[in-house]
Design a protein. Structure first.
Length: 346
């Protein structure tokens, strides 16, 4: 059986209607509300074929049909066109990014809020990964009792800190000497190069404290890895207003996933090589996400991808609008971070 142009038009009309209404779509609805120009009986026959082909499903309690995951995949790959954002939506986004946001973490949090507010779904933003950033400086600050604060600042203005142990009796003056020596050797190095280096020459200059270098490098790596997995979530409660999640058990399943930072991280990691990824229903690995769609996109500093962000919603997600919103926010976020870097470098 062939998916010809007429079937495609009917399928698109069904998907568009179901996205808006969340109600099973009947042949009369399509005949009355579209300009397809076919009788209800003809549309009904075509819908029967589409069901046989796996593009439509029929709920037990309704005479209408709903799109399948297969239909949504065809829709996003071949049928839909990206929407245009309204003037109000563009103004809302611009207003929130025009505010003075001093820290990258503030920008990440603001992005999650804006994304969930405009799409009306749940949003998530993965904190920037720092491994490709270049070191501006390292600073060690003694805190007493054999502990110090390791502060890392990169050329992109991103900062990370972690608590480390220091040799017994080490004074702040010695920590400052070590900081100066590390900065002289490592300033402007990529962080992943620092992590991979043996740095024997640095160890030689540290003398009796050479072993301390290993703890600095280890703490640096652990701090980068931990912070890189931080996901900012916003708008989870938006999903509870949707009919798909009116069932308490389904709502609990999806909210439990969002409480797990590791699960959100897995959805976002390793997605920097393409503009968008869209996982629909059963394409998601987690069983509790089989009724959801997850759309992710990349943000950059300059031309370098440094993080990802995404939207979680029902499979009847308004994909044209979501892609339009994410495309605009991705460009705005990248521009904001790049401008911040340029200001830091002046």
């Amino acid at each position: 059986m062939e998916l010809d142009a007429r079937k495609m038009r009917i399928l698109q009309a069904i998907i568009d209607d179901y996205i808006l209404t969340a109600s099973p779509v009947g042949s009369r609805t399509i005949a009355k509300s579209t300009d397809i120009g076919l009788s209800s009986a003809t549309i009904r026959n075509e819908m029967s074929d589409l069901e046989e082909m796996g593009f439509l499903e029929q709920p037990h309690t309704s005479a209408g049909r709903i799109p399948s995951d297969k239909a949504y995949r065809l829709y996003v790959d071949s049928i839909m066109r990206r929407s245009q954002l309204s003037r109000d939506e563009l103004s809302f986004i611009s207003e929130h990014y025009s505010k003075k946001l001093g820290e990258v973490d503030d920008i990440v949090k603001q992005t999650a809020f804006v994304l969930s507010s405009v799409t009306r779904y749940a949003s998530m933003v993965l904190s920037p990964r720092l491994h490709t950033a270049r070191l501006r400086y390292i600073h060690l600050v003694g805190l007493g009792e054999g502990k110090a604060l390791l502060l890392i600042v990169t050329d992109s203005g991103l900062t990370r800190d972690s608590l480390i142990r220091i040799p017994y009796g080490m004074e702040q003056s010695e920590l400052e000497r070590i900081s100066l020596m590390l900065n002289a050797k490592l300033s402007d190095c990529r962080l992943d190069d620092i992590m991979a280096s043996r740095m024997d020459d640095i160890a030689g200059e540290l003398g009796e404290h050479a072993r301390f270098l290993n703890s600095i490098i280890k703490s640096l790596g652990e701090s980068l890895e931990q912070k890189a997995k931080r996901v900012e979530l916003s708008g989870a409660m938006n999903l509870l207003s949707l009919p798909e999640y009116s069932d308490v058990d389904r709502a609990k399943d999806i909210l439990s996933v969002m409480e797990k930072g590791d699960a959100l991280y897995e959805m976002l990691k390793g997605r920097e090589d393409v503009e968008f990824t869209i996982k629909i229903g059963h394409e998601n690995e987690l069983s509790s996400m089989k009724d959801c769609s997850v759309v992710t996109a990349t943000y950059k500093i300059g031309s370098e991808p440094i993080g990802t962000f995404g939207v979680i919603g029902p499979t009847r997600m308004n994909y044209p609008k979501v892609l339009a919103v994410m495309g605009h926010i991705g460009r705005t976020l990248s521009e904001t971070l790049t401008n911040m870097l340029d200001e830091e470098r002046k």
